[in-house]
Design a protein around this ligand. Structure first.
Ligand SMILES: *[C@@H]1O[C@H](CO)[C@@H](O)[C@H](O)[C@H]1NC(C)=O
Ligand SMILES: *[C@@H]1O[C@H](CO)[C@@H](O)[C@H](O)[C@H]1NC(C)=O
Length: 338
């Protein structure tokens, strides 16, 4: 009951004809690649944590790289979902100025046996048009450093987890106190599409937020709301004696942001056939008491199986030691085109 009411509170809508597809995706890889914003560049400018299909690669030209037929496994529970979902990586900055990478962990609300990664939602209220092959988008901006900038995207937020079920106290910047059960980062994408472009030069202008509850005339097509929840295991860094003294809190995004306002997410659609459209049309919902989705139209695997789908890191560099600088950020920022 507690979980059910929590979920109701945390989901966008319980109206009629609403889909609340929610599932776990284990960590596919942590690597310095960005086939959406910096295709062909290895290493890319900063480190990402990635989940989804194992067709994830340095270059993913939509005309030459069909994700659903290239991939042989997915780290997500629906086995027809070969999409890739990624965010930046969190680092802890120690008092002596060195950085230690923070791991993702399974979502305590049902998916704690996932090997890190993130929870993915596809939400709708009413009829939505699922994405087409080659569709991709980003939300947020790694250059934002103020709350006013961050508020342009209403739902890129942080939650200081007192327990894995905490769903209050959303904020746009890093929590300033210790979080007993880690930090949750939420990333919600806009829900309106121009109906024509699968991508755009800034990876955002082909999508838009609704005005009120309606999509604007420029972006008239309702698309599912893609929504990520990532649990960061900051628990090993909760001793304030190790925290730096020049800032309020010790965490920093992999692109050098100590505020948190640069939070952003990347999405590349890669579902097989019309599997996502069918699941949205069937108003599928999640079942918090198991790792299954209540969705007769979806083929599913267990979380133990999702943990087995990984890809090897392509960029050879130390990301696990106590590092004197964030990978790519203060030294040579980018690699060569390959
Ligand atoms: C990644 O791309 C390279 C170069 O096109 C290719 O040789 C390799 O097989 C690809 N890997 C995967 C997992 O698709
Ligand atoms: C810096 O601090 C961390 C955490 O206390 C420690 O593990 C690491 O060895 C230190 N590095 C140096 C170079 O002092």
């Amino acid at each position: 009951m507690y979980w059910a009411s929590l979920l109701t509170a945390s989901l966008a809508s319980t109206a009629h004809a609403a889909a609340t597809l929610r599932f776990s995706c284990a960590q596919l890889v942590v690597d310095r690649l960005d086939p959406l914003v910096q295709p062909g560049i290895a290493p890319s400018s900063h480190l990402h944590q990635v989940v989804g299909g194992n067709a994830f690669n340095v270059t993913m030209d939509p005309d030459q790289h069909d994700m659903a037929s290239t991939a042989t496994c997915t780290s997500c529970v629906p086995t027809e979902d070969f999409s890739n979902y990624w965010t930046a990586v969190l680092f802890f900055r120690a008092k002596n100025g060195t950085y230690k990478r923070v791991n993702t962990m399974g979502n305590g609300l049902g998916y704690s046996n996932s090997n890190g990664g993130q929870t993915v939602y596809y939400l709708s209220s009413g009829k939505v048009t699922a994405f087409k092959p080659g569709f991709r988008m980003t939300v947020g901006n790694p250059q934002y450093r103020t709350q006013a900038e961050a508020r342009k995207n209403p739902s890129l937020q942080f939650t200081c987890l007192a327990s894995s079920m905490t769903r209050t106290g959303y904020r746009y910047d890093f929590p300033t106190d210790t979080c007993a059960a880690g930090i949750m980062v939420t990333v919600r994408f806009p829900t309106c599409w121009d109906g024509k472009n699968l991508d755009s030069p800034d990876h955002q202008s082909h999508i838009a937020y609704p005005t009120g509850s309606k999509c604007p005339a420029t972006h008239p097509v309702n698309i599912p709301q893609v929504f990520y929840e990532t649990y960061w295991d900051t628990r090993p860094f909760n001793n304030k004696k190790d925290w730096p003294t020049d800032v309020q809190q010790p965490f920093v995004w992999s692109f050098g942001d100590k505020t948190g306002y640069g939070n952003h997410g990347d999405y590349m659609f890669g579902w097989k056939g019309d599997a996502l459209q069918r699941a949205m049309d069937a108003n599928c919902n999640s079942d918090l008491l198991s790792d299954k989705v209540n969705c007769p139209t979806l083929k599913q695997q267990t979380i133990a199986e999702t943990n087995k789908c990984t890809v090897k890191r392509r960029v050879k560099e130390d990301i696990d030691g106590w590092l004197t600088e964030l990978p790519g950020v203060s030294g040579m920022s980018m690699g060569k085109k390959v």
